[in-house]
Design a protein around this ligand. Structure first.
Ligand code: MLT
Ligand code: MN
Ligand code: ZN
Length: 311
């Protein structure tokens, strides 16, 4: 409809590379956040978890809607409204795909409430969480369509982009998990996305409790893998005195250690392997740290806001 915005398409842009809370987190004085608060050049602040994907440069799909979405759109020229739109209102965003219903992935929906036609696409349990919360009714259902995706079924979502949403080991959202949540089930409360654009497949899994053999097989078909890099060490937050929960308890397989993601991800055939959804305590955020060097040596990148990935 409009002149092409960008010749370097298809592509993905990381809008927010941090986990819930962002980096630095508003109330955190942990050693890694302290570096960021002090402006240490070894660290770069990051907003909360989201990626945008386009096949044609004109229409974009949002993968998760973070509480920082307004700031992320303002920082990303490709996502601005087109100035000559006949309606006076316009957005290149045509759909939002949700991988779970955690606050860091859905709160940004509230910033998309100005009667802009959109599709919200997710597995059933994520829609159930939205449906259960009347605040999301600000997204008027006559213009914002809520679409339940069939797990593992690929469909075209925008010009030049098809995608598939599949359940991965996970858990209920933090605010709905109750006393003794089941961790690691594949009920659709936590999902991964396989995006196909051009001749490239990009897998995006910002939360994943376990890399099962069937999941590893699925990821082996991707050319680009963006994987859950929440914590480096399973008990990182417990040891820092910041919480009582391990990464696994939070539904995030840690990077290091036996059964950690590093040993699996490093061996995937993808041409780019990237950790994303990184918690502010994670030392991979520090350029030159021993943990970051381990990733450098394994050929794995650390996502940052604004990172562009050609598809
Ligand atoms: C998580 O990834 O574990 C959640 O975003 C936690 C939260 O909602 O803060
Ligand atoms: Mn999260
Ligand atoms: Zn911190």
């Amino acid at each position: 409809m409009f002149d092409s915005v960008d010749s370097e398409v298809p592509k993905a842009i990381v809008l927010g590379a941090a986990a819930g809370g962002g980096f630095p987190q508003w109330n955190c004085g942990c050693p890694v956040c302290s570096l960021a608060w002090n402006g240490d050049p070894r660290v770069i602040p990051r907003t909360q978890s989201s990626v945008a994907v386009t096949g044609d440069g004109a229409t974009w799909i949002l993968l998760n809607a973070s509480p920082d979405l307004g700031q992320q759109i303002r920082a990303t020229p490709a996502l601005r409204p087109h100035p000559s739109s006949p309606r006076g209102r316009h957005s290149p965003l045509v759909a939002v795909v949700l991988t779970n219903a955690d606050v860091d992935h859905i709160a940004g929906l509230l910033s998309l409430r100005e009667r802009q036609p959109l599709r919200i696409v997710a597995l059933g349990p994520v829609h159930a969480a939205l449906d259960a919360n009347p605040v999301f009714e600000v997204l008027a259902r006559d213009v914002v369509e809520r679409e339940i995706a069939r797990p593992g079924r690929a469909f075209e979502i925008a010009t030049g982009v098809s995608l598939e949403i599949f359940a991965v080991p996970g858990k209920a959202p933090l605010y709905a998990e109750g006393e003794d949540p089941e961790i690691g089930h594949e009920s659709g409360e936590t999902a991964g996305v396989m995006v196909e654009a051009g001749s490239t497949r990009l897998a995006y899994l910002p939360a994943c409790a376990d890399l099962t053999p069937s999941l590893v097989k699925r990821l082996a078909r991707a050319d680009v893998v963006l994987f859950d890099g929440t914590l480096f060490t399973d008990d990182e937050m417990v040891r820092a005195g910041l919480g009582l929960k391990t990464g696994r308890r939070m539904g995030h397989v840690p990077i290091s250690g036996a059964g950690g993601s590093l040993e699996m991800v490093r061996n995937l055939p993808a041409r780019r392997k990237v950790y994303i959804h990184i918690n502010n305590t994670n030392p991979i955020l520090i350029a030159g740290s021993p943990q970051r060097r381990m990733l450098d040596e394994a050929g794995i990148e650390v996502a940052h806001d604004g990172m562009e990935i050609e598809l």
